[in-house]
Design a protein around this ligand. Structure first.
Ligand code: KG4
Ligand code: ZN
Length: 331
């Protein structure tokens, strides 16, 4: 069995063909990053219009290897929220129209569950319970994924999401949008001990990144014009402070739950240091599953993985559904 999965919640137009054994037959991602870079962030109306323009060709490329659409697919999956309303509407409308035209069932999934369940592409045998650290441009959540229909939020950020902090600090350092990958790359050649930055550890597994961000802002302001090595050292110092903060709370959550499985998910989980440090710190305590870097940032294969997880339990959707920009839960 295979389905076509679509993802349009933010600024990547993506389509994938995913089998029910979680193998990915194709995954196409058309990033709009270059178009939004000049504005320093995602412009919702522009993003929606670009999804509309690009989705037919992205889908065509994803299904190219199938040799036609009829008789080759068993359903269509789409991210219905959370995300930008106009962007989600493009994907949901397209998925429903395509499914109706082909006489296929459709399933709407939670974009955040997609991030978490991308781990099943890495390890199809992965079953709850596990602890997941979900780190993206909009979320910094520590969750206890007890069962597919029982997910407890253990802690979240009180201010900026960690990906947002990466993006803002990158801007302070004059690095291009999106800032996370730029900081990650540059940090590899920097000295992380050069600048001392705060690592706030809050009670209740909560996070706060505004103090760290402000500390960088003051340093950059006081230092004046920064040379290349100083920027690299600042990137490395910031990355280490952010990643150590994440790992400290993750370790505490693993200890409290007694969990032996951990999942890292979301765009920031493609961060090289976070991948190394989380594995290092949890070695011998928990098995750490992290999707391949290209499956951590927004993609449609993860929507396929979440869809098969949902369909195998509850079947396809039987009622028509709309977009849910503010969808919160992971189930
Ligand atoms: O999950 P995602 O692709 O989109 C959302 O649903 O938000 O996450 C995007 C976020 C951005 O803030 C981006 O800067 C960050 O993930 N990001 C990274 C890295 N790659 C992407 N942050 C740190 N290191 C990276 N390598
Ligand atoms: Zn996302």
């Amino acid at each position: 069995m295979r389905l076509l999965a679509l993802e349009t919640s933010c600024d990547e137009t993506a389509a994938a063909v995913v089998r029910d054994d979680f193998s990915v037959e194709s995954s196409v991602i058309a990033s709009q990053a270059a178009a939004h870079a000049q504005f320093g962030g995602v412009v919702p109306e522009l993003a929606a219009r670009m999804h509309l323009e690009r989705i037919p060709s992205v889908v065509a490329e994803a299904v190219e290897g199938l040799g036609g659409l009829s008789g080759t697919l068993d359903g269509v999956a789409v991210a219905r929220g959370p995300g930008l309303v106009g962007c989600l509407a493009v994907g949901v409308t397209y998925a429903q129209s395509l499914a109706a035209g082909l006489g296929l069932p459709v399933v709407g999934v939670n974009h955040m569950s997609g991030h978490v369940l991308a781990a099943r592409i890495e390890d199809p045998g992965l079953e709850p319970p596990f602890v997941a650290l979900v780190v993206s441009g909009g979320h910094t959540d520590l969750i206890h994924y007890q069962a597919h229909d029982r997910v407890a939020l253990m802690g979240a950020t009180r201010d900026d999401a960690v990906g947002e902090a990466f993006d803002k600090v990158a801007r302070m350092l004059g690095l291009p949008y999106p800032g996370g990958p730029a900081i990650d790359r540059l940090a590899e050649e920097g000295d992380p001990s050069r600048y001392r930055l705060p690592r706030p550890v809050l009670p209740d597994f909560a996070f706060s990144f505004s103090g760290l961000k402000t500390a960088v802002l003051y340093l950059v302001r006081d230092l004046g014009e920064l040379g290349h090595q100083q920027v690299a050292d600042m990137a490395a110092s910031f990355r280490l402070a952010a990643v150590e903060t994440l790992c400290t709370q993750l370790e505490a959550a693993v200890e409290q739950t007694g969990s032996t499985q951990v999942v890292l998910a979301g765009g920031v989980a493609s961060n090289q240091l976070l991948r190394r440090l989380a594995r290092q710190r949890l070695a011998g305590v928990a098995e750490v599953t992290i999707p391949a870097p290209e499956l951590c940032t927004d993609n449609a294969a993860m929507i396929g993985a979440a869809a098969w997880t949902k369909v195998s339990r509850d079947g396809f959707d039987t009622e028509p559904f709309g977009v849910e920009p503010g969808l919160r839960a992971y189930v």
